[in-house]
Write a protein that binds this ligand. Structure first.
Ligand code: CP3
Length: 340
């Protein structure tokens, strides 16, 4: 698989490409399948339909990897927090974890209640072309904790930060419990057939440097080490979004570092390029305009070159109103411009 070769810095005929949130609302096919499922969460819990939407972007865009269709929030949901997704508002939990007593709401063994995910993985791996990789994923403990503490998406992370500075032990207890579930969850995804795993730390940029490393990166590293010790052949990819300022301190046992669009690629290459394969980082909004998209591709390829060590991706997820034609063109463009 060209994507897996690239994760291991082996030579490939071109720079492989896939896109974060490549399955989603910008595809009419996705909207139709979601309709048939009933709701977004019903879709996540339906292995047959989750398989269908996972494969859609592989067929439509011809990307080099599929990413399992699910959501990072199914883990806290299966730890016992009731989850809903609301039109125009995003996800919301009906209970929050803000006190020691609230911790009692969290149940162990969430990884054993996510059978619908493993079933989807089995189905996807059966239908996916053998040259295309399947990526499994989870959210980072910190990013998941913010949702569990706030109850929903947040601009200020006020409750989470109040706990971080006021009751750090409680936050560590939450992070440790989430981490245990995530280790089991990723291990089971691998046993079910995923070829690589990625950890999304979407709200990394909410934290100042010292606390970022203590409350987020340490837990990401711990999960990565756990997977590498058990499954050394499975590439581990970490994506802490928006931490360009902390790149000097990044280290750990993993394979691929996800570069977000706000981090200059030349900076990431200088600081991390020798040690990690870099994945990224086209600003997704460039897909609104064909010429700006090409300019972005040329810029990234001029830095990363045609040698191994790079996987092309967006610097964050596809947005629902991006034109699919440009996504299709992006894949062709990267493949053609990076051909060895
Ligand atoms: O194609 C893929 O990338 C695989 C599927 C995937 C989804 N969510 C599907 C989804 C993945 C990898 C995620 C990860 C995820 N989910 C993250 C981390 C990555 C990132 O974007 O930073 C986060 C923070 C979430 C939590 C989440 N899920 C939010 C905040 C929202 C609402 C915002 C939005 O985009 O609507 C979701 C919903 C969600 N997850 C959708 C999809 C396709 C849209 C749901 C719909 O169909 O209406």
């Amino acid at each position: 698989m060209i994507f897996i070769d690239a994760c291991k810095r082996q030579p490939t005929p071109y720079t492989p490409i896939w896109m974060m949130r490549q399955a989603g609302r910008y595809l009419i096919e996705y909207m139709q399948t979601r309709e048939r499922a009933g709701s977004f969460l019903d879709l996540c819990k339906n292995p047959e339909l989750a398989c269908e939407v996972t494969l859609q972007p592989v067929e439509i865009l011809d990307v080099d990897a599929a990413i399992l269709f699910s959501d990072i929030l199914v883990v806290p949901m299966e730890m016992g927090l009731e989850l809903g997704f609301y039109q125009g508002e995003g996800p919301r939990f009906s209970q929050t974890i803000r006190t020691q007593k609230d911790l009692l709401l969290l149940q162990e063994g969430a990884e054993n209640r996510l059978g619908y995910v493993y079933e989807a993985i089995h189905r996807i791996r059966e239908s996916l072309h053998q040259e295309k990789a399947l990526i499994g994923f989870c959210g980072s403990p910190w990013t998941l904790a913010t949702y569990m503490i706030e109850g929903e998406g947040s601009k200020t992370y006020a409750h989470s930060k109040k706990m971080l500075y006021g009751d750090p032990k409680l936050l560590h207890a939450i992070l440790a419990q989430v981490s245990e579930a995530l280790k089991g969850y990723l291990a089971k995804q691998i046993e079910a057939g995923v070829n690589a795993v990625m950890v999304f730390d979407s709200w990394a940029a909410a934290l100042e440097e010292s606390v970022y490393f203590e409350f987020s990166w340490e837990y990401m590293k711990e999960i990565a080490s756990f997977i590498k010790a058990r499954y050394p052949h499975i590439p581990v990819m970490l994506f802490p979004k928006g931490i360009a300022g902390f790149l000097d301190k990044i280290e750990g046992d993993f394979d691929v570092f996800g570069v977000d669009w706000s981090t200059p690629m030349d900076l990431a290459k200088a600081k991390l390029g020798d040690r990690y394969v870099l994945q990224g980082n086209l600003e997704p909004a460039r897909l609104y305009d064909r010429a700006k998209m090409e300019e972005g591709v040329d810029h990234i390829l001029s830095i990363m070159g045609k040698e191994s060590g790079h996987i092309f991706n967006l610097g964050h997820g596809m947005m629902p109103d991006l034109p699919r034609e440009n996504a299709i063109e992006l894949v062709k463009m990267v493949r053609q411009k990076s051909a060895r």
